[in-house]
Write a protein that binds this ligand. Sequence first.
Ligand SMILES: [Zn+2]
Ligand SMILES: [Zn+2]
Length: 261
Amino acid sequence: MRVTVLGCGGSAGVPHIGGADGAGDWGACDAKEPRNGRSRSSIVLEWDGFRLLIDTSPDMRSQFLANRIGRIDAVLYTHTHADHIAGVDDVRLLNRLLNAPLPTYVTEPTLDYLRQHYEYVFRPYNGGFFVRPVLAPRIIAPGQTIVIGGREFQIFEQDHHFTKSIGFRCGSFAYSTDVVRLEDGVFDLLSGVDTWLLAAFQRPPHPTHLNVEGAVAWSRRVGARRTVLTHMGNDLDWAWLQKRLPEGVEPAHDGMVIECR
Ligand SMILES: [Zn+2]
Ligand SMILES: [Zn+2]
């Protein structure tokens, strides 16, 4: 299975809008290091010609073009925050390429939110040209093992303080974005995972996101061979992380490709 990191930035991306002359607020990040430019967090998993998109970020269009991603077979949503859903209008292009409504793996609360805020993507589709996005929901719940494209996904709940998000394990790979706390049972489920793409937002502790120190501790706890940090804010410079992170932990960058079993 191939995992492509479409975006590994926090909700504002890196740089933030602002900075001197509007050129961007890079915070502690070196503006000259291309791996510090981070779009909003999203990934694509690909195996046997099947592509699963995780979240539809507001940067989805440029992410697809930059990574030469055309057709997508399904999408899975982690939670309702705007940095993970706001690109949903561009799904109409994916509908056109697939020539069908897009199978959408989503929890009941996330679906309720999407129905309230993007009602038009759930109206019945009666065939013809996709002038709007059409999602075909398939309800999932934490604790379930579901099969997508012939592969098993173990879905688990993550505490994101103000809300819940979901993470998943698929064979030797796991993805956890937007999380600050996990139940003991989830650590057990993740035990021995080979590669964990794990969100770490900043250096100091944060009420809704894990920080770098926490991510390193979690990585050790599950015994991951390789932990790749994502959803990073502008106080996490790529070279700074690369130099200080312990063996087996590294920062992601937009466009990074991870090969897993
Ligand atoms: Zn987020
Ligand atoms: Zn979030």
